[in-house]
Design a binder for this molecule. Structure first.
Ligand code: MGD
Ligand code: MGD
Ligand code: SF4
Ligand code: SF4
Ligand code: SF4
Ligand code: MO
Length: 901
């Protein structure tokens, strides 16, 4: 420890601490312009200088670089210091276009703030300002060199925090400017995340939307959770005149002050979009047109129709799905309505088509289907990361940024993905395996680990079961055999196995490339098999980590929107559980597990399901084999959807009930780390739309279940009372100083429990970890002469699922607005297809047109396309083959034919 005096205050800090940090500890703020926490100091702005006296010597130095020495007497505001800072600011202003009144950053500029503080109105230096051309080629922001003080915060942020390296300091004539090397901003690899803009202390980098407001006009800033992916980034919504005008990243536990382009720029246009449905709509049976109705008309019709169907065909002829984009409180009420009023367990959520294989698989092998370790833990600590079938740079971009930071820090990266995803470039080993062969790959890894003697015998003996069987099975999966099945190099497989096994800390991070297969659950269990074998579970920097998809899909599963589970994974099949909920909800409940969402559609075609309630999903766009989904919806007697927009699916509804978006209500989302975080109301409800929970509660009452009206906070109290793992969670606690904006990670059984960051420490949730004996089984539909190419599907950075929300942000549509298909150059050559050509794609189920992107991103015989775009949606082609355990469809593999259109 070192002892120093700062402005007369004695401070004790660790050796190696900078003066800047020591001052902070003493509660003294030193002005900085270029400094970024956690990075090696740039020391370029020189504003943070301090005066230090020690052993009779005095010096002026930058506090961000200078480390404290025993006995230092430090002055942060002496006359010398003030003069030095004034001089620095004077110089900065000499080359700064001081037009503060018309500058968008007026009132939100550190240079302006410090100039005021140090009494500078203009510069004392005469002469020409260097200026330079404004670069406004980025869709969302502008760079104005005449306002740039070359502090490098933007470059350092992009290089070392975002890890993208899209910009640099360049010499242009006599002057340095910031930009993308040779061309303009748009020509580089910038992903428009805007983190550099938020880091800029002046107006040099400025969001274009700031033209529409000034900081002092912002009437409130509301801290909330991003409504897109399950990273759970925290940010403020900035509200002016009752409308959201901007966002500002908050230093949340999973996002560390970062956002991706969708969170920063694609999360509020949709809220105020004119296409929002704001009145209940009933379809006129004769004209087929929707007509506005009153709430009483609509709710009476919905309640009476469902009760009529129940009377005529029985409870099991009804089903209701919950929306994984909506808060826990909403989802809890939806499943409660289905169970208490419909009288069935036919309830589900989009996890069915997403990570149901994780929920089922990890519950079987470990006892809990959730991500085992927090994001910070698996990106800051490990020495190896194994990334399987996950494209976090696009699908969980703020996790992707943290993985890029890990690689920069020296962490090794193994990427197991059929495509050259962005992170493959940063990987030490990229196993570009054939789609649908994950189980063979994992068995191959285990074969190598065992033949090298790298398995953790102690862990296996003390904490697992089933080892002998899996050992027998993987004997057959020699590197050579696996190399042949997976189309990879046997040596690379060996290297990857050894790298993973020998690592001190190594998490497996995986996503839909593992789950969305007809053998998805076995794929997931193969992930836990690998981790069990080397004892990399239940401890720091390790684990088996499914990156959950939707902002609240973890929550939707936790809240019991599941045909087999009540809230908190309490089983419908257990009569004691049913009895418990009968008591809590004061009604008789159906003891039979329900149908999975993917089985509900075929059941509707068969006539077994007659009435369907969908709360915020768009299966016509997102479920596999669109023809069969439309046929199912058309087969229903009565179909109701509760939505924000007139989606493709909504068009098939008999009644549309307008709900509200995340920015218009209170509640909670649970991110992929099992972290329950607050969603807060920023703006008022538009038109005649109503709170989703109020709609559900009114319906419950009209269907004969006496459900009192509850606020979101009161609903959470009810959830806590029936869900042991949520026992300690309440809105009041989440808002409290104790929790400090960090959310609570379940299991959190009691009000004084701090939450559980890492699962399975010391003991698995199921007792012993189970090695599942998985054999490789090929995908359901393999290429043949007629349909010779494998089609994989997935997502891109700029759009989110159906684009219901991101599609309302024009700039995102301008960046990527159309369907495309990635084709290997050899296949393209054989087919006479060139980059940019229109192509016709045909599978056994349908035909669409799209545009070819020819290259080597996918291997020969394989192709890939997103499902975001209506002008050629992959789901007309995909195969509804289902996994036997989780009933998840095989979105990642089907066979198609490609022709020039
Ligand atoms: N921008 C954006 N982000 C999103 C979403 C979005 O729509 N847009 N959706 C959210 C949702 S709902 C989810 S579930 C997540 C999904 O996130 P991810 O699962 O990361 O995204 P995908 O693009 O579906 O697929 C991931 C990768 O799997 C690879 N893959 C395909 N087949 C195989 C295989 O057989 N084996 C292996 N090892 N890999 C394979 C693909 O090449 C792809 O790179 O993203 C969430 N985040
Ligand atoms: N080919 C292919 N298809 C896929 C996938 C794939 O990889 N390939 N991935 C699958 C995956 S992982 C998923 S998760 C699904 C997603 O499929 P969906 O869940 O169908 O897609 P979303 O676009 O998220 O639909 C959410 C809807 O809810 C509405 N909504 C949002 N918030 C609220 C709210 O608070 N209240 C109300 N009432 N409505 C709200 C939105 O307007 C939107 O229309 O797609 C699947 N489809
Ligand atoms: S927007 Fe993001 S990717 Fe683009 S330059 Fe700025 S930090 Fe880098
Ligand atoms: S653009 Fe902003 S952050 Fe970047 S160097 Fe210039 S002033 Fe600093
Ligand atoms: S990473 Fe996900 S949660 Fe974070 S801002 Fe982007 S879309 Fe939102
Ligand atoms: Mo998903």
């Amino acid at each position: 420890m070192v002892h120093v005096m700062i402005d007369g205050i004695p401070v004790e800090v660790e050796k190696g601490t900078t003066v800047l940090h020591a001052a902070k500890k003493a509660g003294i703020e030193i002005p900085t312009l270029c400094y970024i926490e956690d990075l090696i100091p740039d020391g370029s702005c020189r504003l943070c200088v301090v005066e230090v006296k020690n052993n009779g010597r005095t010096k002026i130095d930058t506090s961000c670089t200078l480390q404290v020495s025993e006995g230092d007497e430090i002055f942060t505001r002496s006359e010398k210091v003030r003069q030095s800072r004034k001089q620095t600011l004077d110089l900065l202003l000499s080359d700064h276009n001081v037009h503060c009144f018309s500058c968008e950053a007026n009132g939100d500029c550190k240079l302006q703030e410090y100039a005021f503080e140090y009494g500078l109105e203009t510069t004392s230096y005469e002469g020409q300002k260097s200026g330079g051309e404004v670069d406004d080629t980025n869709k969302f922001f502008t760079y104005d060199p005449s306002l740039c003080i070359l502090c490098h915060r933007c470059v350092n942020t992009c290089n070392y925090i975002v890890g993208r390296g899209a910009i640099e300091t360049m010499e242009r004539g006599f002057q340095s400017v910031i930009g993308n090397g040779e061309g303009q901003w748009k020509d580089g690899i910038c992903e428009s995340c805007g983190n550099c803009v938020q880091a800029c202390p002046t107006g040099a980098l400025s969001m274009k939307r700031r033209k529409k407001y000034r900081t002092y006009q912002v009437e409130k800033k509301v801290l909330t959770t991003c409504p897109h992916c399950a990273t759970g980034c925290q940010y403020y919504l900035l509200v002016k005149d009752g409308k959201i005008v901007d966002t500002e990243a908050y230093n949340g536990p999973s996002n560390k002050g970062l956002l991706c382009v969708k969170g920063r720029s694609g999360s509020f246009d949709f809220v105020h979009h004119p296409s929002r449905i704001t009145d209940p709509l009933i379809k006129n049976k004769e004209t087929g047109e929707f007509e506005k109705a009153t709430w009483d008309e609509a709710l009476d019709l919905v309640a009476s129709k469902f009760m009529e169907i129940k009377k005529k065909y029985g409870s099991e002829s009804l089903a209701g799905f919950a929306c994984s984009r909506s808060p826990n409180e909403d989802i809890y009420m939806v499943q409660k309505m289905v169970r208490t009023c419909f009288g069935t367990n036919n309830t589900d959520n989009c996890a069915r088509v997403c990570h149901s294989a994780s929920v089922a698989g990890l519950a079987m092998t470990l006892g809990s289907g959730a991500m085992t370790n927090p994001i910070e833990d698996i990106t800051k600590k490990p020495d190896v990361i194994m990334l399987v079938g996950s494209n976090p740079e696009e699908a969980h971009p703020v996790v992707g940024m943290q993985i890029r930071q890990a690689v920069q820090r020296g962490c090794k990266l193994i990427v197991v993905d059929p495509r050259d995803i962005g992170l493959a470039k940063h990987a030490d080993i990229h196993l570009k395996l054939k789609p649908g062969t994950n189980v063979a790959f994992a068995n191959g890894i285990m074969n190598v680990i065992i033949s090298e003697g790298l398995q953790d015998e102690k862990f296996i003996a003390e904490r697992t079961e089933g080892y002998e069987k899996i050992k027998e099975i993987v004997k057959d999966y020699t590197p050579e055999k696996v190399a042949e099945i997976c189309h990879i190099d046997a040596e690379d497989l060996k290297k990857a196995a050894i790298m993973y096994a020998k690592a001190k800390m190594a998490p497996i991070i995986y996503c839909l490339g593992v789950t969305e297969h007809s053998t998805g659950t076995e794929g997931v269990m193969s992930m836990s098999n690998m981790a069990l074998l080397v004892g990399k579970l239940g401890r720091e920097g390790c684990g088996v980590n499914p990156l959950r998809g939707q902002n609240n899909v973890q929550g939707a599963c936790d809240m019991g929107a599941s045909p087999t589970d009540f809230p908190g994974y309490q089983k419908v099949a257990n009569p004691e559980v049913v009895a418990k909920f009968e008591k809590a909800w004061n009604t008789k409940l159906n003891p039979n597990p329900g149908l999975h969402a993917t089985d509900v559609f075929p059941a509707a075609i068969k006539g077994d399901i007659k009435g369907l309630y969908i709360y915020g999903e768009d299966p016509v766009v997102t479920d596999p084999d669109t023809h069969h989904i439309i046929k199912a919806l058309e087969s229903l007697d009565f179909f109701v959807i509760q939505e924000l927009f007139m989606t493709e699916t909504a068009q098939y509804a008999d009644v549309i009930l307008p709900g509200v978006s995340y920015a218009e209500k209170e509640g909670t989302f649970t991110n992929t780390e099992r972290r329950v975080q607050r969603v807060r109301k920023a703006v008022t409800i538009p038109g005649n739309a109503r709170l989703d929970t109020d709609i559900i509660i009114d319906l419950m009452n009209r269907m004969g279940y006496p459900q009192p009206h509850l606020t979101a906070a009161e609903i959470m109290d009810e959830i806590a009372s029936v869900t042991p793992s949520f026992g300690g969670i309440s809105h009041a606690r989440l808002d409290s100083e104790e929790v400090g904006g960090r959310g609570l990670q379940w299991p959190c059984p009691t009000k004084d429990h701090p939450g559980t960051p890492i699962m399975h420490v010391g003991k698995f949730a199921r007792g012993l970890g189970w090695f599942y004996p998985a054999e490789y089984v090929p995908s359901a539909e393999l290429p043949d002469e007629e349909y010779p190419i494998i089609l994989m599907t997935g997502r891109i950075l700029y759009h989110y699922t159906t684009r219901a929300m991101t599609g309302k942000t024009e700039e995102l549509m301008e960046i990527e607005g159309h369907s495309f298909i990635e084709i290997n150059e050899e296949d393209a050559a054989e087919l006479g297809i060139q980059n940019g050509d229109k192509v016709r794609l045909t599978s056994r189920r349908g035909q669409i047109e799209s545009t070819a992107r020819v290259g080597t991103k996918v291997s020969k015989g394989e192709s890939w396309m997103p499902f975001h775009f209506p002008d050629g949606n992959a789901n007309w082609l995909t195969n509804a083959a289902l996994d036997k355990y989780a009933r998840i469809p095989e979105y990642k593999v089907c066979a198609i034919r490609i022709e020039k259109a």
